[in-house]
Design a protein. Sequence first.
Lengths: 880, 123
Amino acid sequence: MSWPRVIAARLRGLFPHRELEQALDDEIRFHLEMQIEDNLKAGMNPADARSAARCSFGAIEPMKEEYRERWGFALVEMIAQDLRYAMRTLRKSPGFTSTSIVVLALAIGSNTAMFSVLNAVLFRPLPYRSPDQLAMLWTEQPNQDVREGRSAYWNIEQWRHQSNSFADIAVFDGVSLTLTSAEGAEQISVARVSPNFFPLLGVQPFAGRSYSTDEAEKRQRLALISYRFWQNRFGGSRDAIGASLELDGLPSRVIGILPADFHFSGQAVDIWEPHTMFPDWEVRRQVRGTDSWFVVGRLRPNITFEQAQAEMSAIARRLDDQLPVSERNLGIKVVPLSLQVTGPRARLALWMLSGAVFCVLLIAATNVASLSLARSASREKEIAIRAALGASRFRIMRQLLAESLALAVTSGLLGLFVASAGIRFVLAFKPGNLTRLNDIGLDPRVLGLALALCLLTGILVGLAPAITMTRRNLRPSGQEGGRSIAGGVATRGIRRALVVSEFALAIVLLVSAGLLIRSLLSIESIDPGFRPERVLSMQISSPAFKTAAQLADFYNRVLEQIEALPGVVSAGIIGDFFVGGSPDQVATTEADGRIISERVRVRRDEVSGGFFKTVGTPLLTGRFFSAADGPNSPRVAIINDALARRLWPGRDPIGRRVNLGRDSDRLWFTVVGVVRDMRRQGLENEPIPQLFEPVAQSPSRHINLLVRTSAHDPSKMAAAIQAAVHRVEKHVPVYSVATLEARLAAFLTERRFQTSLLIGFAVVALLMAAIGIYGLIQYSIATRTHEIGIRMAIGAQAGEIFRMIIGEGLRLSLTGLVLGIAGALWLGRAGASLLFGISPADPLTFLTVSVLLTVVAMAACYFPARRAMKVHPAVALRQE
Amino acid sequence: MGGGHTDKADVLQGTLVLLVLRTLEALGPLHGYGIARRIEQISREVLQLNQGTLYPALLRMEQEGWITSKWGASEKNRRARFYSITAAGRKRLAKETADWKRMSSTIERFLLFDPGNLAEERG
């Protein structure tokens, strides 16, 4: 009997089809018509013929009911019956059942949790209209190795006018502004976006309206606020619209509230205002080449990203002639927004973790399959009886599969608890740049996958026993009385293969975990170029009305106040200590009387005199800034080693002059000192060229205050330092207080998270592999007690038996080892970009893992082997 | 399919399967009405079939894979559903036939059994 067809037919029956119903009606009508005709031929009158036909057919409705039931409930009934029986059998061996359920629940649960992360971060479409038409556009500088640089407004306007691929292109840029209200001043995150930004994304304000092109062009001070800001500030009152906000000392009118679920880019932005709000807007709109704008575009329908990229590259080539000489050779890069939101590395890491957790599921299923194979040996008789009583092979297989499915589904239900615990764990860890994690949850797609995993697990677990047992037991057999050596051998073959694959998978996981640990260690051993311990960091934003001189004076007094505090070693100021991307600038240098302009990626910051001392960065040559480097004295700069090597390779930079910025504002710095490179983009990134100028010569309103304390825990000093700032001036926002160590460590949060997850998976895999080999050896000895007894009776030494058992375990684990190493080497190449400072074929990792696994395998075999040694020949032979 | 209980309907159903399979094996593809007529004719109207019950039985047999059906034109060129026996059906028929024979011979022996013989043996 072809059972796929039976099942297909029954599955079809689950869904009441109108066609089936129609077919049945047709069939009944045909039957009655034929009967009536025959009756007529037999000489009845039409009325009698009709009623006789009806009579011989019997009642139609009950028959239809029976028919429907049969096509509908056949499958349900079959499953229910199989499940009832399966549950009964499983209850009979509680040890096996509970072990299997716990193992599988953990495995299915962690897979479900992992998938819900994947689902939230990668699969769910972005919350905008037709999100697959959205792209980010970047200025590319191939000779600077800048792939995703920000753009200048003039260029963006050209793209918008010349491109046919994009229906529209919008710009945005972020700033941090001081919001002043009755409660005091605070720093908020503001996005400045062109008026077409919201229509382009297809986002409507939740209440109120957005601003028009005309209003933006006239630079009207209008603002849209986020839903969160509306709730926090206005308590969700409709009065918010029309209200006035004081931003950097100037009033803005609230005209709209954005929807609660709206977010763009990772940061939580509170206020959205026209892109023309920059004080230097008239200058910025003229800038050609590169600037600080982000660009988002919407493709026209039926245009692919490739077509858009080709067109934009052509436009970039056309525009090149119209750019200043130093700004030439720019490209345009089109990146689908969905790829931009979760970058390639985060994607790779997610896939790697998903693969790892899936391996754990495979190992768990393998282990349970192995357990149930062992159990199947004791069920041979039961199965043989069922076969003898007329159960078909299919029926028995179905029964065994029903058992493993019942096991898997129960585990899956428990696994949902594991999954929701796992999701809470992931959220508590808040892995850095997985921006879309807030959407995480057990939605229908996740539940669907969990169900699929249950079915897969059930089949994986049940298939091996189902095949071996039915193959064996359907032979007409009476001789399968007490023990079956032939059967044991067949089962052992499959179990061996299972143990080998468990070991191979465990190796792959252990090697991956080992490589990530080594990467983390090699990152952590990097010298950042500064000493972050005992340093406290905080942000200060000064009021907008201060002049440069007032600002410089304010900072001086703040530093004095803080350095006078007991427990403070020194204090320093820098624009911002840690940097994200750095826009590159044109650097002009003098060399041998000639002036050379070139593009250099350089980070420019203002620092106070005591800054380098505070963070512990040594001077390599020259001097630090002093009080003499005031606003009226010549402009001086300290550069880092990287910039010195870049601008004046092999020469002494002290006393040389450099100019940063565009031709319009010529402003020469004289280099007075060179300091060590600092890794200000996190430990993983090479230090970028940096230039520092005295804060007195160019003070900015938002600064990062760093305080070196003598206390072990600098955060205890936070309140005192804050009070010191407020003694100089009340109502100055002091925020983002954190130790420098914590800020530096934050760069590694995600890597730590990935590494610890993978270690967890690898440990589970190792344990399961150990249990697997232990169980197999144990079982193998149990079935071979007789053989061992004979061997010992004819003179084998206990040592030989021991070696035989250990040898069996070793052969299996070594086979797994070889396969696993091959797999790990192959996978390592794919994941190489997740590693740091080591090769994916790192010999130390491979060696350590191999030794570890061999030791574990030996240990798992040791105890059963010891027991085998003690087998007494007489006892073994009597067992017959 | 149920476990222990056997009631009248099951027995009747079992017989019906045998009759249908045998009919289809002997005559080739037939529509439902044809099968019903045939069973009544062969059994010389002794087996009065409640014709309607034939259809759920046919569905079940099709689900078990013993017969297949397809729509075609009847002798008077009307659309009808024709059933035919499959290989699995032939096997099933062989088994049912054997079962039936064993069953009927057992019953026959039972009916021919003379309690008098037993008394003789005892004495």
